[in-house]
Design a protein around this ligand. Structure first.
Ligand code: SF4
Ligand code: SF4
Length: 223
């Protein structure tokens, strides 16, 4: 019952999707909090429109606001669980540092999200949901509160789509379809992507073509 209320509470705060996963044993840093709560916040259609208009200044401003909103929700969730008598940690980016060599967080949000059954990893290596495509930001809360885990997603639903591969200006995306046995390097040349994106970011630009051109993002935009 408490976990049902927790999902309802987080949805009331504004998350678009929420799921529960067993993430014990993935990251030693968080071994005392083995249960993961994945939080997905959709990126509004208007914000995706800024990419299409190549207005990256406005796009980044909007994305940072959405991420701040998700951080606030994570902290409220942490507080809610603690009031129930359990330990909890809002897994904010400051607490889940990114290894800049590997470009991977200690406990990747995408891992928690797929294990929570909320979506899959696209050919683009982005997290994809059937409702909003890859137009989402991800957060998480870790806890020792007992949770009924959702069914993990273990395979891609990209099917024959190759939109992102075709849209990528640096050919970073190959045609391999994700499954949970593969590593990120099996599906994307992350070095080629990040060098290109960082260079553009420094100029106040960006590249999110794999997100804006994703078949499921386009379905979301056209609904
Ligand atoms: S962000 Fe741009 S460069 Fe990187 S994979 Fe997506 S389309 Fe390619
Ligand atoms: S564009 Fe197509 S192949 Fe790429 S992530 Fe989206 S659904 Fe998958």
């Amino acid at each position: 019952m408490a976990e049902y209320n927790l999902k309802q509470y987080l949805k009331k705060l504004g998350v678009s999707k929420v799921g529960f996963a067993d993430v014990g044993g993935i990251a030693n840093n968080f071994s005392d909090l083995p249960n993961g709560i994945s939080l997905v916040l959709k990126i509004p259609k208007k914000t995706i429109g800024y990419i299409i208009d190549e207005n990256y200044e406005q796009y980044w401003r909007s994305v940072h606001q959405i991420m701040d909103e998700l951080t606030k929700i994570s902290f409220k969730g942490e507080e809610y669980i603690k009031i129930l008598g359990y330990n909890a940690l809002a897994l904010t980016m400051n607490r889940n540092e990114c290894d800049m060599k590997k470009l991977l967080s200690i406990l990747p949000y995408k891992t928690i999200a797929t294990k929570s059954g909320l979506g899959w990893i696209g050919r683009s290596a982005l997290f994809v949901t059937s409702q909003y495509g890859s137009a989402v930001v991800l957060g998480a809360i870790l806890t020792d509160m007992p949770l009924e885990f959702d069914k993990p997603v273990t395979d891609s639903m990209c099917n024959e789509c190759v939109n992102c591969q075709d849209a990528c200006p640096v050919d970073a995306i190959n045609s391999t379809k994700w499954n949970n046995k593969l590593n990120r390097n099996d599906i994307i040349d992350i070095k080629a992507c990040s060098e290109y994106v960082i260079d553009l970011y420094k100029k106040g630009l960006g590249c999110s073509k794999c997100m804006s051109e994703c078949k499921f993002t386009l379905d979301y935009l056209n609904r």
